[in-house]
Design a protein around this ligand. Structure first.
Ligand code: HEC
Ligand code: HEC
Ligand code: HEC
Ligand code: HEC
Ligand code: HEC
Ligand code: HEC
Ligand code: HEC
Ligand code: HEC
Ligand code: HEC
Length: 339
């Protein structure tokens, strides 16, 4: 009997380790972490192809005229200085050398196909397969130009949660969607929600920051390109992030609420809450997490007494109204945030 049990136990253990092993290989498959030079190699492009320049590339057929127009109108396209002969950004900067792709194309062939109602396609298999590159390599396509010196906002990219989780530049910047390469703050909400559904739900709660009204944006508080702060916040701490827009809560005050207000999240949710004023819990429960409630002797002008006349387990901030800190003492000459 006991050997049977042992056998069952062993089988279970084996199954477990197999599962763990399977999970590990899957992880390895989906996120192979390679040295940077391996990613660089993927971006060299076809070794037998030459750079032919955007003009030659696009003269072969007019299939990409729309992309061309949008690109020329963008900030990156504007870098293409025709008179200098040294274009900073052209199609091949990202797609790799293109001579093989257009080798078999001629204006005659394109015209012939068009007459028969057929589209002509270049041999794009010879270009870099941008779509299927691992995320770090995709980002490297952009980072080879957008170095820290060129684009200061990217200086924390490698420290950020997105880079770490294999979210590449491509996911947020569609360079061919139109001339506007930059994601506008207003458009960022929908973009971010597409992957962050829990956050979307939070911004639909009764009390919330006015994001849908276009008065607050994700990028006011988070840097999508990464930061050294937790949750990729734009400032070093939660408090610094919040007081950008709520400067009256910055302090320092003569009477501080200990160091409780150093982290606004002790009492507030940043995105949304079912309680009014974005509070984590309703009053008095919010305060009762850290304090005992008390009774007040109304006859003696508000000193705390043993009188059982009234218990104030209601809204503590009806009296302690300067809960974020105050420069004025309370009636007993101490800091109790009552004025
Ligand atoms: C800054 C880098 C960059 C430049 C410059 C660039 N592309 Fe792209 N291109 C991309 C990326 C990234 C994709 C999308 C890969 C994916 O699907 O994830 C793409 C996709 C495409 C596609 C596939 C069709 C599509 O719309 O998804 C075509 C065609 C294309 N580019 C043509 C061009 C042409 C023509 C030029 C020059 C006018 C050009 N590209 C310049 C980065 C670039
Ligand atoms: C060959 C160099 C080069 C490559 C590769 C490149 N860029 Fe750029 N990019 C530039 C230059 C130059 C500018 C204009 C100057 C600036 O804003 O820094 C620019 C500007 C931008 C802008 C700012 C637009 C604005 O309106 O402010 C965005 C966004 C951008 N690039 C995204 C990307 C993405 C995403 C990729 C990768 C798919 C990429 N770039 C690849 C050179 C490049
Ligand atoms: C999670 C989404 C996201 C990812 C991933 C992302 N970006 Fe951005 N990027 C944005 C948003 C949103 C803005 C607009 C920021 C703003 O308005 O403050 C922006 C702005 C920019 C700008 C213009 C403003 C500036 O900082 O100068 C450049 C250039 C840029 N991104 C390049 C890149 C490159 C290169 C990568 C990859 C290494 C990348 N981005 C990855 C969302 C993203
Ligand atoms: C008013 C500032 C502010 C705004 C606006 C804001 N956030 Fe946050 N966000 C924070 C703070 C602070 C935290 C840390 C919360 C915590 O630890 O409970 C956070 C946490 C997060 C987290 C990680 C924790 C979680 O809840 O999953 C994600 C993801 C996130 N925010 C995404 C977004 C997106 C997407 C938007 C825009 C739709 C957005 N945030 C708008 C301040 C903000
Ligand atoms: C392509 C999907 C995708 C898009 C688009 C995207 N994110 Fe993320 N984001 C992720 C993933 C994956 C993670 C890491 C896992 C997690 O924490 O949810 C992450 C993490 C974060 C975190 C850190 C959460 C933490 O717990 O520390 C913040 C903040 C965040 N994203 C904000 C944004 C903002 C703001 C935008 C829009 C500008 C955005 N994201 C767009 C996929 C995305
Ligand atoms: C980009 C500016 C901005 C930032 C950053 C910001 N807020 Fe706000 N906050 C607002 C605006 C705008 C309102 C709405 C004010 C109104 O409707 O009168 C608001 C409202 C509030 C409210 C009251 C909500 C209500 O229901 O009345 C609280 C609480 C709050 N914010 C806390 C925070 C905290 C905590 C942080 C940091 C995580 C923060 N805010 C960061 C702009 C900001
Ligand atoms: C000890 C709990 C606590 C902490 C910590 C706290 N708050 Fe509050 N906050 C409250 C309460 C309670 C209210 C609601 C008061 C009311 O309903 O009259 C409030 C209301 C607010 C409001 C809206 C009303 C107003 O006074 O403008 C803002 C904005 C706000 N807090 C910002 C912040 C910021 C920013 C921080 C961090 C620096 C912070 N709070 C830290 C308890 C707290
Ligand atoms: C996260 C814990 C925490 C929360 C939540 C909290 N406090 Fe405090 N509070 C403290 C600490 C710590 C002190 C300073 C230590 C002390 O004197 O008890 C303090 C001090 C006080 C004082 C001054 C006490 C004295 O003896 O001088 C008052 C009054 C006060 N809090 C009221 C409130 C009210 C009202 C709320 C709800 C809106 C609240 N607190 C929420 C932790 C908290
Ligand atoms: C009707 C007004 C009123 C209400 C409501 C009220 N308080 Fe007070 N509280 C006071 C007064 C007045 C003092 C004494 C002020 C002084 O000493 O100057 C005080 C003192 C305190 C103190 C410090 C003194 C001590 O030894 O306890 C704390 C902590 C406190 N209150 C927490 C709370 C909490 C938590 C709530 C909600 C459950 C609350 N108060 C509700 C008026 C009120």
């Amino acid at each position: 009997m006991s050997t049977y049990k042992q056998l069952v136990g062993l089988a279970g253990l084996l199954a477990m380790s197999l599962l763990v092993l399977a999970a590990c290989t899957r992880m390895k498959e989906s996120r192979p972490i390679l040295p940077t030079r391996e990613y660089e190699k993927m971006l060299v492009g076809n070794l037998y192809a030459d750079y032919v320049g955007t003009q030659n590339c696009l003269a072969a057929c007019h299939e990409h005229d729309r992309l061309r127009l949008a690109f020329d109108a963008s900030t990156m396209g504007a870098q293409l200085k025709k008179e200098s002969g040294m274009p900073l950004v052209d199609c091949e900067s990202c797609h790799g050398p293109g001579s093989l792709a257009i080798k078999d194309l001629s204006p005659e062939l394109v015209a012939e196909n068009a007459a028969q109602g057929r589209k002509t396609s270049c041999n794009f298999d010879t270009l870099i397969d941008l779509k299927n590159l691992p995320a770090p390599a995709q980002s490297l396509v952009c980072l080879k130009c957008h170095t820290v010196n060129a684009t200061f906002n990217l200086h924390n990219w490698n420290a950020g949660v997105h880079a770490f989780n294999e979210v590449s530049c491509f996911e947020c910047h569609d360079v061919h969607a139109g001339p506007d390469l930059k994601v506008t703050p207003l458009a960022s909400g929908q973009l971010c929600f597409s992957c962050h559904q829990t956050v979307q739900a939070q911004f639909a709660m009764p009390s919330r920051h006015p994001l849908r009204e276009g008065r607050v944006f994700c990028v006011d508080c988070h840097s999508p390109h990464g930061s050294f702060a937790d949750h990729d916040l734009v400032r070093d701490s939660v408090k610094e992030t919040c007081v950008q827009c709520h400067p009256d809560k910055r302090g320092p005050f003569l009477y501080e609420h200990a160091d409780v207000t150093e982290d606004c999240l002790n009492c507030h949710s940043a995105h949304g809450s079912v309680n009014s004023r974005l509070l984590n819990a309703r009053e008095p429960f919010l305060c009762l997490q850290c304090h005992e409630g008390h009774r007040l002797n109304t006859e003696t002008g508000g000193s705390i007494g043993a009188d059982r006349a009234r218990a104030f387990y209601s809204r503590c901030t009806d009296c302690h109204s300067t809960i974020h800190g105050s420069d004025l003492p309370s009636t007993s000459g101490q800091g109790r945030f009552s004025q």
